[in-house]
Design a protein around this ligand. Structure first.
Ligand code: GDP
Ligand code: IMO
Ligand code: MG
Length: 426
């Protein structure tokens, strides 16, 4: 029996969805603990591709319980669409297979409008899903929670209490069209009624399941370098993406976590604005984007691509005490003569080995690189570690050694079966 937390180690889109789907086989419950529908987690099973934004990536498996924890911010309209799209495809999304924390906060239309309007002046390149403004209201104690959404009286009172202020902010400060209060209340009451059967005290459910010996799998969104405290602030998301948040965002205690699996793409990508030291704005960057299909699962934006960055990875490993790595998208590197890896940064003549808090303030940042030989072969059909090309194995060993963490999983393609398991985590 084991409880495993999965987190991204870079700037998101490392392949968390694929690995969660894969490990759900050995788990009983799969739980999202932060973020919202800014996430886009891709699962490829057979010929079918499913992109999930809110519902945990375990939902394609039968007889598992998928849970959205209190740390997630929920857009009810998107969630209802996701539930109905999954049901249409024949998946079970009933209150027996899916539960939502009564304490999770709701993303309201004004949050999305504020997010869009602000991003034109404070360019973060957000996903525009209202994530930041929803977390702001949560911290400010003016948020609407799922428990309010499913209670008509409470919902009406909560919206009444905040509406005028939001309307004023939208129309006077942001100079966008305002909202109709009655329409807003009616629409949210209706969505609350539809979601009510799923809304529960999920902290109780998780703790009881764990006591009975069930395996819990926690699914992080985004990545360590987008964390609100430890990421490349202010170019971050508005939640904590580190493994510790798996406790806060679900209502379990830290002694219940056994293993933290860090998902590490074999190169680096980033979407939106913000520092990206190893970014390649040349034909190699374009090649990684084309071969890796590096276009956002949520917004469709082209992802910025670059070499592996050990400074950013070491930082993630430290802040989440990562026990094992899953190295993904190694197949995308096939055909490169050499592969570069940044081992340190350079600024004003000094070497920087730990991620600086003010990375944005180093426009002159230089890089220290190691260069490794590449491999020609297509590796997507390989299922045994020993059969990988020697240079591919050397690249994996190099990453493990430099980071001081072993790989438990190597992913060589987007499909469930395109995987080499090196260590059983349960
Ligand atoms: P997530 O947000 O971390 O779940 O990652 P995304 O789903 O946004 O992006 C990862 C993309 O890479 C998806 O299109 C996956 O289907 C794909 N993918 C995952 N693992 C691999 C792999 O090992 N090789 C290749 N070629 N694609 C992969
Ligand atoms: P998954 O879970 C990659 C990025 C946005 C933007 C910044 C802030 O699929 O890995 P936000 O909308 O959260 O306020 O945007 O964070 N971002 C992601 N980048 N993958 C994600 O999720 C992301 N979620 C947010 O592009 O730079
Ligand atoms: Mg993604």
């Amino acid at each position: 029996m084991a409880n495993v937390v999965i987190v991204g180690t870079q700037w998101g889109d490392e392949g968390k969805g694929k690995v969660v789907d894969l490990l759900t086989e050995r788990s009983d419950l799969v739980i999202r603990f932060q973020g919202g529908n800014n996430a886009g987690h891709t699962l490829v099973v057979g010929d079918r591709k499913v992109i999930l934004h809110l519902i945990p990536s375990g939902i394609l498996h039968k007889e598992k319980l998928c849970v959205i924890g209190s740390g997630v911010v929920i857009d009810p309209e998107i969630l209802l669409d996701e539930i109905s799209a999954l049901k249409t495809k024949g998946y079970d999304v009933s209150p027996e297979s899916f539960a939502i924390s009564d304490r999770a906060h709701v993303i309201m239309p004004y949050h999305k409008m504020i997010d869009h309007a602000r991003d034109t002046t404070q360019r973060i390149g957000t996903t525009g899903r209202g994530i930041g403004p929803a977390y702001e209201d949560k911290a400010r104690r003016t948020g609407i929670r799922m428990i309010d959404l499913i209670n008509e009286d409470m919902l009406g009172r909560k919206i009444e209490a905040i509406f005028d202020e939001k309307q004023e902010y939208l129309t006077t400060i942001l100079k966008v069209k305002g909202l109709n209060k009655e329409d807003l209340i009616n629409k949210f009451k209706d969505m609350g009624a539809q979601l009510k059967p799923y809304v529960k005290d999920t902290s109780v459910i998780l703790n009881e399941a764990s006591k009975k010996g069930k395996n819990l799998l926690f699914e992080g969104a985004q990545g360590g370098n987008l964390d609100m405290d430890y990421g490349t602030y202010p170019y971050v998301t508005s939640s904590n993406t580190v493994a510790g948040q798996a406790c806060v965002g679900t209502g379990i205690g830290p002694t219940m976590i056994d293993t933290v699996l860090g998902i590490c793409k074999a190169y680096t990508t980033r979407v939106g604005e913000g520092p990206f030291p190893t970014e390649l704005e040349d034909e190699i960057g374009e090649r990684l984007r084309a071969f890796g299909g590096e276009y956002g699962s949520t917004t469709g934006r082209p992802r910025r691509c670059g070499w592996l960055d050990l400074v950013a990875l070491k930082h993630s490993i430290r802040i989440s005490s990562i026990s094992y790595l899953a190295i993904t998208k190694l197949d995308v590197l096939s055909g490169l003569d050499t592969i570069k890896v940044a081992t340190a940064y350079k600024s004003n003549g000094s070497i920087i080995e730990n991620m600086p808090a003010d990375l944005c303030m180093h426009p002159d940042l230089g890089l220290v690189f190691d260069e490794l030989p590449g491999w020609e072969e297509n590796i997507s059909d390989i299922r045994e570690y020993d059969k990988l090309p020697e240079n591919c194995k050397a690249y994996i060993s190099y990453i493990e050694k430099k980071l001081g963490v072993d790989a438990a999983i190597v992913s060589v393609g987007p499909k469930r079966e395109e995987t080499i398991i090196l260590k059983d985590l349960f």
